[in-house]
Design a protein around this ligand. Structure first.
Ligand SMILES: NC(=O)c1ccc[n+]([C@@H]2O[C@H](COP(=O)([O-])OP(=O)(O)OC[C@H]3O[C@@H](n4cnc5c(N)ncnc54)[C@H](O)[C@@H]3O)[C@@H](O)[C@H]2O)c1
Ligand SMILES: O=C(O)C(=O)C[C@]1(C(=O)O)C=C[C@@H](O)C=C1
Length: 290
């Protein structure tokens, strides 16, 4: 495949990709705004060498993976524009796709055919290169949201890249991607952050966390995620997220009304329906890993 990979943002996702992509590239260059993280990436052998400026790192690369928070991508495109090469393939891992595509349009006039937007549906609540794991993408989905003008060779190379990393590649229209991920990823993160914050405030007076166990731990694991990353995602995918938050408010009010009126039958039906929905999800994910 390509000879030189440049990873911009050598954190959990960029670092995990770099670790696993070793066999595909002769050299891996890393760029990161956090110099300590970059030094650590080099010390851990995740990258061969670090570079302070994205344009320097990308200039001589054959494949560029952008793995920064989504809010950083537009300024990065601006920095890369003067050194953008037609014989290089560019892709990203951002959790939202519509805003990345719009950013490319604003900077380049149109989305360059050799930029293929992507999103691995795999991750963790941890950040930074220290958390990087070469097996992170094994058996997981990666959604690519190419455009009608995307270059078939670039698309093929990005597919080949993720397949090598152990992932299953699918394609989706960007708007559909953002709606789907708002429901299954962005909404749950907002709920977990909100609950952890609300109970954290109570804990200050009542020390309730002392008595919290698996239920609270499972529900709020993702509230340990990086606030900067999630700030960017919520701002980028505002409309689908607000729509779902409205639906969630209505659903919560329905449950509250059933509890208030002690409507045991409907409350039981409500919890049973929820359990069936989760069982269906578990079956689906088990089948996906088969
Ligand atoms: N964490 C997840 O579960 C997950 C899953 C799929 C996709 N994503 C997406 O992947 C991207 C990276 O997430 P992560 O979890 O790896 O975060 P991370 O914080 O672990 O890594 C991001 C890295 O980018 C660096 N960075 C920030 N701005 C930069 C800039 N302008 N130039 C160069 N480096 C910069 C940071 O210093 C950091 O090291 C985000 O867009 C996120 O939405 C995350
Ligand atoms: O497992 C986690 O901790 C994650 O947050 C992973 C997760 C998700 O919500 O499922 C988070 C953001 C992504 O863009 C993709 C995956």
């Amino acid at each position: 495949m390509s000879r030189r990979l440049c990873v911009i943002g050598v954190g959990l996702i960029g670092g995990s990709a770099a670790r696993r992509a070793r066999g595909l590239f002769g050299e891996i260059i890393g760029v990161d705004a956090d110099s300590d993280n970059l030094e650590q990436a080099e010390a851990l052998g995740v990258i061969d060498r670090g570079c302070d400026h994205p344009e320097q790192g990308a200039e001589t690369a054959d494949f560029v993976l952008i793995a920064t928070p989504v809010g950083a991508i537009e300024p990065l495109f601006r920095g890369l524009q003067p050194v953008w090469r037609s014989d290089c393939v560019y892709t990203d891992v951002g959790s939202t796709k519509g805003n990345v595509i719009e950013a490319a349009r604003r900077v380049f006039g149109k989305v360059p055919g050799n930029f293929i937007p992507g999103h691995p549906i795999a991750g963790a609540e941890r950040s930074g290169v220290e958390a990087a794991d070469s097996g992170l993408f094994e058996g997981k989905r990666v959604i690519l949201t190419p455009l009608p003008d995307s270059a078939p060779e670039a698309l093929a190379r990005v597919e080949e890249f993720w397949t090598y990393l152990g992932a299953k590649v699918e394609q989706m229209e960007a708007g559909r991607h953002d709606e789907v991920l708002a429901a299954t990823s962005h909404l749950p993160h907002v709920l977990a952050f909100t609950l952890a914050r609300m109970l954290g405030r109570k804990d200050e007076q009542a020390e309730i966390f002392r008595y919290a166990a698996g239920g609270f731990r499972d529900f709020t694991r993702i509230a340990s995620s990086d606030p900067r990353m999630w700030l960017d995602i919520c701002r980028a995918n505002r409309e689908p997220l607000l729509q779902l938050l409205g639906e969630y408010e209505t659903a919560l009010r329905e449950v509250a009304a059933l509890i208030r009126s002690d409507d045991a039958g409907r409350l039981y039906a409500c919890f049973s329906e929820a359990r069936s929905a989760r069982e269906k999800f578990l079956q689906l994910t088990e089948n996906n890993h088969a």
